[in-house]
Design a protein around this ligand. Sequence first.
Ligand code: MG
Length: 163
Amino acid sequence: MTIRIGIGYDIHRLKKGKGVRLGGVLIPCDQELIGHSDADVLIHAVCDALLGAIGAGDTGTYFPDTDEKFRGKESSWFLKEVAKKVQKKGFKISQIDSVVIAERPKLSEYRSRIQKRLASLLRISIGQVSVKAKTNEGLDSIGNKKAIAAWAVVLLVEKVKTK
Ligand code: MG
């Protein structure tokens, strides 16, 4: 059985606003993430991990922030497009693990909603998606509430070919 792993990372700056979108879930708070798309760092990290696992570049390769058609785009759309590429390469997602690093908002009460949303976008079960939340203990840009970052690791397995 062929397996592939991929790692992804992303960070976006914060500004005053009405909420941050993480893993496709809008979380109310007094800030929002700055980006060309909806700046969903968690989905961007998962996209990069998936693309890395199939050796297909990174999110910016397909959805560049210089392209007006992606302005304000919901990142859940990027994730679905990336999932199609994984399918086409003959792989399926076995497991996703991720970490969101944010001083605020507090993510623990949104964790299961985020897992559910990611699982539904990727058509996998909730048990295959892990989302963990960390603060940066008040240190650096994340600790100073100027940014939110995310890491993701994915494991893909080759789909069984039907003759
Ligand atoms: Mg990004």
